[in-house]
Design a protein around this ligand. Structure first.
Ligand SMILES: [Zn+2]
Length: 109
């Protein structure tokens, strides 16, 4: 098995390699079939289309495929979380802001 060329940017290629077929004369890489690195099973591949491999990953190895997606999502706050996050009162930044507000109020009075 050989790894997919670096030019293949799709995530699924991290989990698949190409089949090397051998006859008496030469070794030949076929792009019609790919091998799953997780379970070594072959998956039909139509040039440039990764949907077969993608569905193999989601059905056979759901954990592997979702990994990167989950990581990305958990690192991001939702819009709601962003606006409802309150600074703790003992935080320096919070005290700064409170101090500023008090100054402004004092000036205005
Ligand atoms: Zn597999």
């Amino acid at each position: 098995m050989v790894n997919a060329p670096a030019a293949f940017k799709s995530e699924v290629w991290k989990h698949f390699g190409f089949v090397v077929s051998r006859n008496e004369k030469e070794e030949k890489v076929t792009d019609k079939q790919t091998i799953c690195k997780q379970c070594q099973s072959t998956v039909q591949h139509t040039s440039g289309i990764t949907s077969n491999m993608r569905s193999h990953l989601t059905t056979q190895h759901p954990g592997k495929c979702q990994e990167s997606v989950k990581k990305f999502q958990s690192g991001q706050k939702t819009l709601h979380e962003t606006f409802t996050t309150v600074l703790p009162h003992n935080c320096v930044k919070a005290q700064d802001i409170t101090g500023c507000i008090q100054k402004v109020q004092t000036v205005n009075v």
